[in-house]
Design a protein around this ligand. Structure first.
Ligand code: X2W
Length: 287
């Protein structure tokens, strides 16, 4: 009985691999930017599973770039240091003391945890922030927000160099200012969108903790054009925390990213499902 079950499992596995062939071929050499948010990294198992998906992508010839967040980890450290923190329009108001903590937590703790997880799964990863090789140069987003940056220039040559060496770049959303003195805190989605645009990426995957963009009936819309997104935002169907994600998606598509997918990072193997099966996952936005 057991043997029979095992046989069926193996047959199913072989069929899955076989069905993945056209997708594997389509994505050979493709650039896929993946935003991995702080809420999605929760436990070690989720981190390991994410890392495994990324290593598999690299193994089959995709060039993945991981851009991470770490909002909850920044909150924990600020609380330990008794520094108050508030958000305005989805972005953290960032004074000098806060930006130092943001840089330490994102480029130190969080970035290296992800690098280590990828290395543990047999990949090669190098961590960098927007400061390294001037990858992301910012200006102040809004005077009310302090040191929150809006990317104005992305120098992505270093990412191409890492792709050529077979290395997976892991980017912390901390950036340099135009005068090279300031440090800016950049929203993780914004940083991922800016890099995907500069790379003219084939896919930008925004991993979230909801199943995608929902219509009025509460169902996930699997395919949308920028016009659909604008209409759904105007009539209030897209609201709240989804707005920064769809805005990032619209800008990325405008900048030349082939498609953006907003998907649930808590679903096991979310990235693989999206890229290598006909089912896809979440909401895909493209022209
Ligand atoms: C974010 C950066 C981290 C981030 C922050 O300080 O929390 C701004 O709000 P998640 O986990 O993706 O939310 N920066 C300007 O984006 O983290």
């Amino acid at each position: 009985m057991k043997k029979q079950t095992m046989n069926r499992d193996w047959i199913a596995t072989a069929r899955t691999l076989n069905e993945a062939l056209p997708y594997l071929q389509r994505y050979t050499g493709a650039i896929v930017v993946v935003k991995f948010g702080g809420n999605a990294m929760g436990d070690t198992d989720a981190m390991a599973e994410f890392a495994r998906d990324i290593v598999l992508m690299r193994q089959v010839g995709v060039n993945p770039v991981v851009v991470h967040g770490g909002g909850p980890m920044i909150n924990d450290m600020l609380a330990k240091l008794n520094i108050q923190s508030e958000f305005k329009r989805g972005k953290r108001v960032t004074d000098q003391a806060t930006v130092e903590v943001v840089e330490m937590v994102l480029t130190g703790l969080v970035n290296k945890r992800i690098v280590q997880a990828i290395m543990d799964e047999g990949g090669r990863a190098v961590g960098l922030s927007g400061k390294d090789d001037d990858l992301i140069v910012c200006e102040a987003d809004d005077p009310e927000l302090g040191f929150v940056g809006r990317p104005v220039e992305c120098n992505v040559q270093v990412l191409h160099d890492l792709f050529a060496a077979g290395i997976i770049p892991v980017v912390a959303p901390v950036a340099t200012g135009m005068d090279y003195l300031e440090t800016f805190n950049v929203n993780g989605d914004t940083a991922a969108g800016a890099l995907a645009g500069a790379l003219k990426a084939d896919r930008l995957l925004l991993l979230t903790d909801v199943s995608g963009v929902k219509n009025k009936a509460g169902e996930v819309v699997t395919q949308m054009t920028p016009e659909d997104v604008r209409a759904m935002t105007e009539d209030g169907t897209i609201a709240g925390g989804m707005i920064p994600k769809t805005e990032t998606a619209l800008k990325a598509v405008e900048d030349g990213v082939r498609a953006v997918v907003i998907l649930d990072g808590r679903v096991p193997n979310a990235c693989l499902l999206e890229l290598f099966t006909e089912h896809g996952a979440g909401s895909l936005i493209r022209r």
